[in-house]
Design a protein around this ligand. Structure first.
Ligand SMILES: *Cc1c(COP(=O)(O)O)cnc(C)c1O
Length: 370
């Protein structure tokens, strides 16, 4: 059998930058600033500039950044936050951690993102925020969402955990809403050597309070203004991320090449391929195709050594953890249909053309032998 094609090859990313990574980590070891410190501060400065934003507050995960974002907006018990049922569950956790209720709105069939046409009718006097996700790196249609938020004076928070480098109408993701939240989980487009996340905003008061909240609610040591958290980013992660940020544009070019090549190679198959609407420049976090016989196709790829994954097999409204919301199958048909049909193919900047042709060949074989 030919060499397997991994779904994600972090070693291939690390190989050419290993010396730089070692040096970055050694610098943190030398200065012993293990929690926050100068390396994290430098990364915050550089990542804010990368997003064309004024402030970046680095944290220990994207989930923590989302949680703090909800707190900054005053989300609390009895409140509602409008969001998508079709995402990684951390988006909803942030709402639940505040004692508020996630109010789901179905996704667009074409983009997997929150459908702006359905958002307005979900607004109630308790709606405290709208929390869309740029799923798979594809920016959601922000203008209509922002128009609704503006009309009802409700803040918008972007879950940009999968969308570093994505652009909406030519402008970088990160400053469209009041707050944007990023994750630096190792598999994300910009990944730490461990956990990491950040909150980005142009609101100085939000940034200042976020800095306090991530550090036990204190601005002065051992003086605590409100109940806080230990959500600090580690020094080593700041050093690694700042170093890797310099390579991100290069990696993004690689992901675009891979996506373009998949489009060409898979155009003649019965698969539904991801689209990139006119308003969007996707970060291509994932390359996710659709087909009604997804499970059989998945088994065929597995049997032939082609890495793949299902993002996501169960929408959030049907998760056991959210049984208390009282949803049932059929409530969000587009999300449910997507969960039955999606399959993510190998996607990372270092994929070779040979590997891409092999993936396409195995996919084509599935449809011809069937
Ligand atoms: C990864 C991810 C998160 C959570 O980020 P962590 O850093 O893993 O806590 C939140 N939302 C989405 C859409 C994600 O993909």
């Amino acid at each position: 059998m030919p060499d397997p094609v991994p779904y994600l090859d972090l070693k291939a990313q690390q190989r050419p930058i290993r010396a730089e990574l070692d040096a970055a980590i050694a610098r943190t070891l030398d200065n012993c600033s293990f929690c926050l410190g100068p390396d994290v501060a430098q990364f915050e400065k550089d990542f804010a500039a990368f997003c064309n934003a004024q402030h970046c507050v680095a944290m220990n995960s994207g989930t923590s950044a989302l949680h703090i974002a909800m707190l900054l907006l005053g989300v609390g018990p009895g409140d509602e936050v409008i969001t998508t049922p079709y995402t990684f569950i951390a988006t909803s956790w942030a709402i639940s951690y505040c004692g508020a209720k996630p109010v789901y709105v179905d996704i667009e069939d074409s983009t997997f993102n929150l459908d702006p046409k359905l958002v307005e009718r979900a607004i109630t006097p308790r709606t405290k925020a709208v929390l869309p996700v740029h799923l798979y790196g594809q920016p959601c249609d922000l203008d209509p969402l922002l128009a609704i938020c503006c009309k009802h004076k409700i803040p918008l928070v972007e879950d940009a955990a999968q969308a570093h480098s994505a652009k909406y109408k030519g402008r970088s993701i990160g400053t469209f809403g009041e707050i944007s939240c990023f994750s630096f989980y190792p598999a994300k487009n910009l990944g730490a050597a461990g956990e990491g996340g950040a909150l980005v905003t142009n609101n100085a008061a939000f940034a200042a309070r976020a800095r306090a909240l991530r550090e036990h609610g204190s601005t002065k040591r051992y003086h605590h203004d409100e109940i806080g958290f230990n959500y600090r980013m580690e020094g080593i992660q700041g050093a690694v991320l700042d170093m890797k940020l310099k390579h991100l544009a290069n990696w993004q070019a690689g992901r675009r090449r891979v996506a373009k090549r998949y489009h060409e190679l898979l155009a003649g198959t019965p698969l539904r391929l991801p689209i990139e609407p006119d308003y969007a420049e996707s970060a291509w976090h994932l390359y996710t195709v659709r087909h009604a016989r997804r499970d059989e196709l998945k088994a065929h790829l597995d049997a032939n050594g082609i890495g793949n994954a299902v993002h996501y097999p169960m929408p959030l409204h049907l998760q056991k953890a959210y049984a208390n919301l009282g949803h049932k199958p059929g409530d969000f048909p587009n999300a449910e249909k997507a969960s039955r049909e999606v399959l993510s193919l190998p996607m990372f900047a270092e994929l070779t053309d040979e590997q891409l042709q092999r993936v396409a060949g195995v996919v084509q074989e599935f449809f011809t032998k069937a």
